[in-house]
Design a protein around this ligand. Structure first.
Ligand SMILES: C[S@@+](CC[C@H](N)C(=O)[O-])C[C@H]1O[C@@H](n2cnc3c(N)ncnc32)[C@H](O)[C@@H]1O
Length: 193
């Protein structure tokens, strides 16, 4: 069942309507960089990132569901990707400090409570010039699943929460039909911040 769900996430993420190539291009991830995919689901993006960053880079595929992580681990093994590290999201995320070039969150912020606090807590994992990328559903039309069950967070709410958490809005991209897409940098914290 969970395997099926993971496959379904990947099928959706990879579909042309969801423009995965354009998303990857907009991020600008490079060889040898490090990225955390929070709420990795079936791992479609984690696996693509792992191919881009290469052996000297690293991808943390992070999820609360250990079954999804198992499935991602198996896919990485099949593709002989040795740079993908599955991480179980527990109350406190355990990642090396100042290690990440990017944090990527696609369709996951609607699952997170106390988001501004949560976003703030991620800051310590980013390198000084690190970025957070947030892709989240816009409100669905009435009588659709998302319209009725609210798996969305308005863009203005995310922007406000990220500002509260001390990030600077760097870019807004509007090529996705169902989601908003924003990129943030760390606000300078003074010397070495
Ligand atoms: C809708 S799926 C999106 C999966 C993937 N990001 C994608 O775009 O295909 C949301 C995922 O977030 C995970 N999740 C929910 N709350 C989380 C949390 N607090 N930390 C990490 N992952 C979480 C869920 O288990 C699920 O795999």
């Amino acid at each position: 069942m969970e395997d099926l769900k993971a496959k379904m996430f990947n099928k959706k993420a990879s579909g042309p309507r969801n423009k995965p190539d354009q998303i990857i291009e907009a991020i600008g991830l490079k060889q040898e960089q490090t990225i955390a995919d929070i709420g990795a689901g079936g791992g479609y993006f984690s696996l693509r990132f792992a191919e881009i960053v290469g052996e000297k880079g690293k991808v943390y595929a992070i999820d609360t569901n250990p079954k999804f992580l198992e499935s991602i681990k198996n896919s990485a093994k099949e593709k002989r990707l040795t740079n993908l590290v599955p991480v179980l999201a527990e109350e406190r995320l355990n990642l090396p400090e100042k290690s990440l070039d990017f944090i990527f969150m696609r369709n996951v912020t609607h699952h997170i409570s106390n988001r501004a606090e949560y976003f703030k807590s991620l800051k310590r994992f980013l390198k000084p010039n690190g970025r957070i990328i947030i892709i989240e559903y816009k409100k669905g039309k009435s009588f659709t699943f998302r319209g009725m069950f609210g798996h969305d967070v308005p863009k203005e709410v995310i922007k406000q929460e990220m500002e509260e958490a001390g990030y600077l809005l760097e870019k807004e991209l509007d090529f996705l039909p169902e989601q908003h897409f924003t990129i943030y940098s760390k606000q300078s914290e003074g010397f070495g911040g």
